[in-house]
Design a protein around this ligand. Structure first.
Ligand SMILES: NC(=O)c1ccc[n+]([C@@H]2O[C@H](COP(=O)([O-])OP(=O)(O)OC[C@H]3O[C@@H](n4cnc5c(N)ncnc54)[C@H](OP(=O)(O)O)[C@@H]3O)[C@@H](O)[C@H]2O)c1
Length: 180
């Protein structure tokens, strides 16, 4: 798959590395933007209050399936109900919200766990298949928790994870009965 990350920091750069290890072709864009015309999917991994400024510098977004990994730290501005819907206002295509509930500082250890950590996501139906594949290819198990109308709640729920996490972060695992 051809992936372009918009943001090449801890999340964008970290996922780029994991996805390359899984065999994907990944380009990374920084704050100067660039073109995503040849991407099958784009990842948005910029500061949560910089979604529109960052995407304004990117060409070729129309029609692209996007995965939004941003969080609302610092608090978001703008009129869209969520960062994910702000992304959608640029792409006009299916969007997923994922990887915002994971810790980039733990990416190096994902594949070393006894069981695959979970990764919650919300998404439009048209973004689910590619998002689940990229969650798996990063070493996590996808857990679908709702459609994109839940994106704002999902962004607001990050305090749960930060509240229970020791410095450095945690993995989490949701399991079917009998799995544990
Ligand atoms: N770090 C985590 O563990 C974690 C976990 C979950 C979610 N998140 C979320 O993921 C997003 C990215 O976090 P991160 O930790 O990867 O951040 P980071 O390491 O600071 O990287 C930010 C990236 O965004 C780019 N960018 C584009 N437009 C920008 C602008 N106008 N101002 C500043 N930077 C701009 C930067 O470009 P340059 O390369 O040109 O500087 C950089 O590549 C945030 O929304 C964060 O809340 C982070």
């Amino acid at each position: 798959m051809k992936i372009v990350t918009i943001g090449r920091g801890r999340i964008g750069g970290g996922l780029a590395r994991l996805w390359r290890e899984a065999g994907h072709d990944v380009d990374e864009l920084g704050r100067d933007g660039g073109d995503v015309s040849d991407a099958d999917v784009v990842l948005v991994a910029v500061p949560g209050d910089q979604v529109s400024p960052a995407l304004s510098k990117v060409t070729g977004l129309a029609g692209k399936v996007a995965i939004d990994a941003t969080n609302v730290l610092p608090p978001r501005g703008g009129d869209a109900p969520s960062n994910a819907e702000e992304v959608k206002s640029f792409t006009g295509a299916p969007v997923a919200k994922s990887f915002n509930m994971n810790f980039a500082g733990l990416f190096d250890q994902v594949r070393a766990q006894r069981v695959r950590p979970s990764n919650w996501y919300v998404a439009d139906d048209g973004a689910r298949e590619v998002t689940e594949q990229l969650i798996r290819d990063a070493g996590y198990d996808p857990v679908h928790v709702g459609d994109l109308s839940r994106a704002r709640d999902f962004e607001g729920a990050v305090w749960l994870l930060l509240g229970i996490s020791p410095v450095g972060g945690v993995f989490y695992r949701f399991a079917e009965p009998g799995e544990l």
